[in-house]
Design a protein around this ligand. Sequence first.
Ligand SMILES: Cc1ncc(COP(=O)(O)O)c(C=O)c1O
Length: 494
Amino acid sequence: MLALIRICHGIKLYLGDFMKLYESLAETLREHIEQGFYQVGDKLPSVRRLSAEHKVSLATAQQALWLLEQQHWVEVKAKSGFYVKARQSAPPIPQISRLTQYPLEVSQWDEVLDLLSCRERNILNLGRGLCDVTAPTLKPILRLLSDSIKSRGQQLLAYDSLAGQIALREQIARLGVASGTHVQAQDLIITTGCQEALSISIQAVTKPGDIIAIESPCFYGVMQILNAHGIKALEIPSHPTHGMSIEALEMALDQWPIRAIMVIPAFSNPLGSCMPDANKQRLLQLAQHYDVPIIEDDIYGELAYKQPRPRTIQSFDQEGRVILCSSFTKTVAVGLRVGWIVPGRYRNRILHLKYISTASAVSITQLVLADFIEQGYYERHLRKIRQQYQIGRDSIIRLIEESFPESVRVSFPEGGFVIWIEFPNDFDTVQLDKRMMQHHIKIPAGSVFSASGKYRNCTRINYSRAALDEKIRDAIRLVGQEAKQLIMDTQNQK
Ligand SMILES: Cc1ncc(COP(=O)(O)O)c(C=O)c1O
């Protein structure tokens, strides 16, 4: 039994021989690398300094560094010391799926509801799409909320205007410059989250029985909108790095009366792919040629690890064909429920649908977000959180390399905080999920991201706190162990 006796200068000292002292020190240093205290190219403290700071012998400090070297975390530079190493190897990326032959009706509400209700059931959902709401850079939001109640008082109890608070719309229009999005504050429409934005936009350009082209795999929230409105999904294969296949889309547009194209070009959910600008322009040309609107979901766009962030498809659009949807759910906090639509030529219809959906949105969260952005807190928060998520991505990939079956493939997002994991073709994530549920941990079966039930061998995992939270790291390791065991059990049964 592991007994923690004390924490000394950040090193965990354990009774018994479960973990040797040099291993504990190596573990501590590894955590520091993952949390970004030491970045790629940084020099680690010398053997002598480690020994003094952590009160261990020189031999223990030396062994800890050698262990990190063996594990490829650091490299030795002759006569200089140990330096944090860039990631050399990564598992291969997932394969692109085949074109689905027919448009399909979407079902799977029960599976989605099961995922959405994990929190109430005290289940740790590793696949959730939540950003890190514990980030210290979000603290000003809470202060601004209480200031706002004091200063604005009864004003907050009135109906908001149908299009939303102008102060926030002005800030969003200003932020749009970074992605090339052209929009005036007067045209923007505030919604209750991006889910409402997508739902209204889809309804604005389709009617029941129509076909929409969607990415495959696709965010299940989009598919449930199609389900609710009797719209069929035509799944277009998407590449883990470049997003929706333009060639496959062209073939589909040629063959089917597609009424709209729905796409998440910047760090799609669940693949994390980012569509190159040339593909965005080609997609827009196709939409023009076949005269269909594009619904663009940019909810992860601001979370690009490298700046400048990617351009939106809307930024290339001169005729209001693109309806751009987004929210502050992934960048700030899910609970604020503030999203928006840049409605292009569909403004009137969208405003009407918003009225019949929720009428006006809640004012206080909009006003607080406007203050948060205006006072510079939003930019500061984004700078920090993008770094945290990039470290989280590298950290989860290392964890997967260490503890998952060797045969897995994983995506390599350059923004956002979800990763797509592909097991071999005959692997069943529904079975894996059942095993994980015995530990009160949930992983989504990949089939929930497809109208045709593809991707049963895949899953999506959130890494927003993968470098910071040992409970989450342990849960991810456990997924790897159970996956290995499942593979062995399946082989034994053959
Ligand atoms: C791609 C994508 N679009 C839209 C949404 C819904 O966003 P909101 O919570 O702002 O309604 C999500 C949430 O997970 C998402 O991942």
